[in-house]
Design a protein around this ligand. Sequence first.
Ligand code: ADP
Length: 192
Amino acid sequence: MTRLLIIGPPGSGKGTQAEQIARHFSIPAVSTGDIFRTNVSQQTPLGKEASKYLDDGAYVPDHLTNALVKERLLDPDVQGGFLLDGYPRTALQVAELDDMLASLGHRLDAVIELRAPDAELERRMLQRAKEQGRKDDTVDVFRRRLDLYHRETHELVAVYARRGLVVSVDGSGEPGVITELAIAAVVKFLTT
Ligand code: ADP
């Protein structure tokens, strides 16, 4: 049973890596960004509420995000483990996740930090903008997302590091190689 988080700046390839790492451990990858985007495209009430934040490169308010994750963590497919991608992103979300897991009698096994230099992140975002056409992949919005990551989310790595849970992975380079490095680092962490 493996419960993992992946934390990394926008453009770090966190979504791609989350999918591959989750597959290796036979657990579902749960991406809050993907859940929000699906809700936006299906025009659900949550999607209508969330879309303005996504388009601005802002964080969706904690109460909405926490409620969404709380519900998702009750689904049968995540009882045997999960990899959370993009959650938590704020100190309040960390506290909420602690409560959610405690009430389920679960705890985290490791937190993967995916690192990459800002210039590389912007280069990749521009590439992704051409391939996927995500509305929040414009230079201005991307810079806002990156700035928010540095101001609010990066410090969570230190929070989890104090708990002895962080596995840092260099996210620059070829995706397949990064996946192998990440899996090897997590396996080593979990078995030593
Ligand atoms: P990236 O990390 O590349 O910015 P994501 O797909 O993880 O992309 O997130 C896209 C957007 O979804 C974020 O900019 C934010 O608006 C929203 N979002 C995702 N996860 C959260 C979260 N935990 N808290 C608040 N907003 C979130």
